[in-house]
Design a protein around this ligand. Structure first.
Ligand SMILES: [Zn+2]
Length: 215
């Protein structure tokens, strides 16, 4: 099985779910740049403050900033099997990452691309509702609560997170198409790209991901 893997795809393509399943079933580390960076922001570190400025504008943080941070954090993972989720986000980041990983003797072995049409992403994300108290996630059509607008578990009000609103999502998708989608061709040319149909039910997406890592 491939050990150093990039998961690539638009928001809500299901790659985060696959990453947590692969983590528990096969022991991969799940290296989520978003998770790490959010933590830096919460802790109020210098890098967190720098990144926040860009996130507030719906933009990506600059390549140099992200690379420095990710290389520092990845150092500890190189001996293990890992999944990169949310990084690299631009071709410039991917090239710099490749150079650095090759120099460490640990190049990327496979890239799984979760292909998903924009209409489905819009439906999945804008229909999402989150419990304001326990953070359980619902969907107005696919996974509605028993009482409209109330959490089944704790009874608190369900809210739509700012990130899940259509204007914010459209901005994220625009940035994704312009800056991240070119990575599909970049990794295809390297012969590392495996494509998974992200419109499938989550069980099948997961099975296809495991197949892709065995090839
Ligand atoms: Zn709740």
């Amino acid at each position: 099985m491939k050990r150093r893997v990039v998961l690539l795809g638009p928001p809500a393509s299901g790659k985060g779910t696959v990453a947590s399943q692969l983590k528990s079933d096969f022991g991969f580390s799940h290296v989520s740049s978003g998770h790490w960076l959010r933590r830096e922001i919460e802790l109020g570190t210098e890098i967190g403050r720098q990144v926040q400025v860009f996130l507030d504008k719906g933009e990506l943080a600059p390549d140099e900033l992200v690379l420095e941070f990710m290389e520092h954090r990845l150092q500890a993972e190189l001996a293990e099997a890992f999944l990169l989720d949310g990084f690299p986000r631009t071709v410039a980041q991917a090239k710099a990452l490749d150079e650095w990983l090759v120099a460490q003797g640990a190049p990327i072995e496979a890239v799984i691309f979760y292909e998903c049409p924009e209409s489905l992403i819009l439906d999945r994300v804008t229909g999402r509702r989150t419990c304001a108290r326990c953070e359980r996630i619902y969907h107005v059509r696919n996974r509605p609560p028993q009482t409209p607008g109330r959490c089944d578990l704790c009874g608190a009000a369900l809210i739509q997170r700012e990130d899940d609103t259509e204007p914010v999502l459209r901005q994220r998708l625009k940035v994704y198409v312009q800056q991240t989608e070119p990575l599909v061709d970049y990794y295809r040319e390297q012969g590392k790209l495996k494509v998974v149909d992200a419109t499938l039910p989550s069980g099948q997406i997961y099975a296809a991901s495991i197949e892709a890592l065995k090839q």
